[in-house]
Design a protein around this ligand. Sequence first.
Ligand SMILES: Cc1cc2nc3c(=O)[nH]c(=O)nc-3n(C[C@H](O)[C@H](O)[C@H](O)COP(=O)(O)OP(=O)(O)OC[C@H]3O[C@@H](n4cnc5c(N)ncnc54)[C@H](O)[C@@H]3O)c2cc1C
Ligand SMILES: NC(=O)c1ccc[n+]([C@@H]2O[C@H](COP(=O)([O-])OP(=O)(O)OC[C@H]3O[C@@H](n4cnc5c(N)ncnc54)[C@H](OP(=O)(O)O)[C@@H]3O)[C@@H](O)[C@H]2O)c1
Length: 282
Amino acid sequence: MTLDLAVTDTQAQPNRDKPTLPDAQTVTAVKHWTDRLFSFRVTRPASLRFRSGEFVMIGLPGDNGKPILRAYSIASPNWDDELEFYSIKVPDGPLTSKLQHIKEGDQIILRPKPVGTLVLDALLPGKRLWFLATGTGLAPFASLMRDPETFERFDQVIMMHTCRGADELTYGRELVENLRNDPLLTEMFGAEFADRLLYYPTTTREDSPLMGRITDNMTSGKVFADLGLPPINPEEDRAMICGSLAFNVDVKAVLEGFGLREGANSEPREFVVEKAFVGDGI
Ligand SMILES: Cc1cc2nc3c(=O)[nH]c(=O)nc-3n(C[C@H](O)[C@H](O)[C@H](O)COP(=O)(O)OP(=O)(O)OC[C@H]3O[C@@H](n4cnc5c(N)ncnc54)[C@H](O)[C@@H]3O)c2cc1C
Ligand SMILES: NC(=O)c1ccc[n+]([C@@H]2O[C@H](COP(=O)([O-])OP(=O)(O)OC[C@H]3O[C@@H](n4cnc5c(N)ncnc54)[C@H](OP(=O)(O)O)[C@@H]3O)[C@@H](O)[C@H]2O)c1
């Protein structure tokens, strides 16, 4: 991907003490969840329109002054005035070794060109929508879960999120709990809204109430039994996958085993896939 950093329409207020970056946005909040996970919010360029679930390129200037840009899913919904991101901290990562130190008032680079496959338009209509994520792969679903259109299109949304340890689930858990009690969504969809957003968090390397890989919990039928749902079928169920390459490949095979087919923006079908990161290990 070419990195043209033309100055664009922006709401960011230049900080008089620092040079203004091209495509600069100002950090409005930062929260550290664990020693390897944090989230942050930035101002939204006035020109930026995106579909919930899409990603953009964000970054910081490198030591040589050239920008270090990486793909990031927008974790906030498309109606939000600001943009939220949920990030890993890779100790020696070119971007995140620096990005993890950002503070309110700092600037980051944000190229306002959203793209991605995890969009509602890439799926055929259905009854239930499954969000299947590991680690920071939750981010696009943090956007889609907060978008009322998701609940206009589907009767039930099931967020399955798996991490190695329980503390890695906290960002997603708080988000789902807040959404279930959200007064606006309850007003829009009625008191039964909370029952339409199901949450199935599991860990694989630390004890927690629900355990196991997403693939295993689907093939064994445990998740369907636990949630009181029928097994996934192509007539009623749609899915979106976001995790490591190995996770995506394995979940795709499980969904295909249930008779679902992979779709795309240009050809909506029963499920779509996107990588949460490129590479095999830190
Ligand atoms: C479409 C897309 C969307 C993305 N969205 C997000 C997002 O919302 N949040 C986010 O934190 N990252 C996201 N990433 C990954 C992101 O682009 C960077 O790789 C990440 O910020 C690390 O950058 P870095 O320069 O520090 O290290 P890099 O050199 O980019 O990565 C170093 C190594 O760290 C590992 N790694 C990178 N990212 C992750 C991750 N998220 N989780 C676990 N291991 C990882 C990989 O093994 C990689 O080889 C996304 C990637 C893609 C392709
Ligand atoms: N998470 C941490 O606390 C931690 C700490 C330091 C370094 N790291 C490094 O960071 C990198 C990324 O770690 P991560 O934990 O974010 O991602 P990850 O290794 O992809 O694991 C995230 C979750 O996905 C599950 N998973 C992995 N592959 C799968 C597959 N093919 N099918 C179904 N489920 C699958 C894992 O289960 P399993 O546990 O069964 O594999 C785990 O619960 C790794 O190289 C790791 O060594 C992680």
